[in-house]
Design a protein around this ligand. Structure first.
Ligand code: 5AD
Ligand code: SF4
Ligand code: FES
Length: 350
C-alpha cells in the first residue's frame, strides 16, 4: 500500500478528530507508522483528559446468564462453569471495601441473571449510593422502564458493548439476540442520562478491518462517554474454541483510533489486553487509555467469572491488585485520580 500520506492522516486525526471510513481503514491497516499513531493518541489523551488514571472497583456479582453468546465462557450452555450469585448484602460489603481502597466508582457486572430483579437491584444501588460512590452497571439488555428505575435509584453509568456493528455477524455470534434491540438499549440509556459505555471485541471470526472502522464511527455517532475495547480470546469451553483470537497490536490500534476521534471520553485499559500481554494495561495507558478497572470481588468467585482463558488477577486479593496497579500507574509517570472520574466535558461544566 501507499504509505506516503499516513503521517498526514495521523495529523488530521490528531487535529480535527474526524476521519472518513476509508481513512480509518488505511490507518488500521498500516504497519509502518503504528508508533506514530500510538504517540498521537497519547498526546490527545494528555491534552483532553490529562495524566490522571481513574480506578473503578469491579464487582462480578453473578456468573449466571440466560444468553448463549458463542464467544463467552458464561454462556448458558457451558456446563463446565460452577455458577454463583452473591447476596445483595455481600455485594454492598464489597462496595464498602472498594471505597476503603480509595476507589470512587463501583462497577456492578454480571451475566443476564433474572434473579436480580428491579427490587433487588434498586436495593443494592441505593445502599451503594449512600456511600457517595459513582455506580456503573453492566448487567445487559433490559427494558427502558427497568433502566429508568435503576437510574432513578442512583446508577450513573452503564456499560453495554455493541460487540460489533456488523449486524449479521452480531446475530450469528449472539443467537437469539437482536442487534437492533441492543442499539435501542444504548439509545434509551443515553436518553435517561446515563454516562454511556459501549465498545467492541477485536478479532472475532468473520470481522473485517472495514467493520472495525464502522465500530469507531458508531462510537462517535452514538456519542459514547466510555469505550471498552479488547481482543477476542477464544474460550476452549465454547463453540469458538478452535478459532484464532484478536491481537494485542490491532486491539490497541482500534483503541488509539477511538481516542483520536473521541478525544475527551474515558477509555479503560482492559483486562483482556493484559491477558494477551503482561504489560498490556500499561501499554494501553500509553496508547490512549485513562481508566483501569481493578477487580474487588473476593475469594473463589474470581476464578468462576471466566469469559475467556488466561484472565489476570484470578488468584490475587483486592488489596494486592490495588497496590499492583497503583505501582504500574506511577511507574509511567501518571497518577491515580481522586475524583469520581466522570467524562471530562461533564466535569468541566459542573
Ligand atoms: N474474549 C474476549 N472478550 C470477551 N467478552 C466475552 N467473551 C469474550 C472472549 N472470549 C467480552 C464481551 C463482553 C464483555 C463483558 O466481555 O465484549 O461484552
Ligand atoms: Fe451472557 Fe454477556 Fe457472556 Fe453473552 S457476553 S453469554 S450476555 S455474560
Ligand atoms: Fe491484579 Fe496486578 S492488578 S495482580
Amino acid at each position: 500500500t501507499d504509505t506516503r500520506n499516513i503521517p498526514a492522516l495521523i495529523n488530521k486525526a490528531e487535529t480535527t478528530h474526524d476521519l472518513t471510513k476509508a481513512e480509518i481503514v488505511t490507518l488500521l491497516t498500516d504497519t509502518h507508522y503504528q508508533a506514530e499513531l500510538f504517540a498521537a493518541a497519547d498526546r490527545v489523551r494528555q491534552k483532553y483528559v490529562g495524566d490522571e488514571v481513574h480506578l473503578r472497583g469491579l464487582i462480578e456479582f453473578s456468573n449466571i446468564c440466560k444468553q448463549n453468546c458463542l464467544y463467552c465462557g458464561l454462556r448458558r450452555d457451558n456446563k463446565q462453569v460452577r455458577r454463583y450469585r452473591l447476596e445483595p448484602d455481600v455485594i454492598i460489603d464489597f462496595a464498602v471495601k472498594a471505597q476503603s481502597y480509595g476507589y470512587r466508582t463501583v462497577v456492578l457486572q454480571s451475566g443476564e441473571d433474572e434473579c436480580f430483579d428491579v427490587d433487588k437491584m434498586v436495593y443494592i444501588i441505593k445502599k451503594i449510593k449512600d456511600l457517595d460512590m459513582a455506580i456503573t452497571l453492566s448487567v445487559g439488555e433490559k427494558s427502558r422502564e427497568v433502566y429508568r428505575q435503576y437510574r432513578e435509584a442512583g446508577a450513573d453509568r452503564y456499560l453495554l458493548r455493541i460487540e460489533t456493528t456488523d449486524k449479521e455477524l452480531y446475530e450469528r455470534l449472539d443467537p437469539g439476540m437482536s442487534w437492533d434491540n441492543r442499539v435501542r438499549c444504548l439509545n434509551d440509556l443515553k436518553e435517561l442520562g446515563y454516562e454511556l459505555g459501549t465498545g467492541c471485541m477485536v478479532g472475532i471470526p468473520g470481522q473485517t478491518i472495514e467493520s472495525l472502522a464502522d465500530d469507531v464511527l458508531f462510537f462517535k455517532k452514538i456519542d459514547a462517554d466510555m469505550i471498552g475495547i479488547g481482543p477476542f480470546i477464544p474460550n476452549p469451553d465454547t463453540p469458538l474454541a478452535g478459532e484464532s483470537g484478536g491481537t494485542f497490536e490491532l486491539s490497541t490500534k482500534v483503541m488509539a483510533m477511538t481516542r483520536l476521534l473521541l478525544p475527551d471520553i474515558n477509555i479503560p485499559a482492559t483486562t483482556a489486553m493484559e491477558s494477551l500481554n503482561p504489560q498490556g494495561r500499561v501499554l494501553a495507558l500509553q496508547r490512549g487509555a485513562n481508566v483501569v478497572m481493578p477487580n474487588v470481588t473476593e475469594g473463589e468467585y474470581r476464578q468462576m467469572y471466566l469469559l475467556y482463558p488466561g484472565k489476570i488477577c484470578i488468584n490475587d486479593t483486592p488489596a494486592h491488585c490495588r497496590s499492583c496497579i497503583t505501582g504500574k500507574i506511577q511507574s509511567i509517570g501518571r497518577r491515580v485520580s481522586e475524583t469520581h472520574g466522570y467524562r471530562a466535558r461533564r466535569a468541566q461544566q459542573s
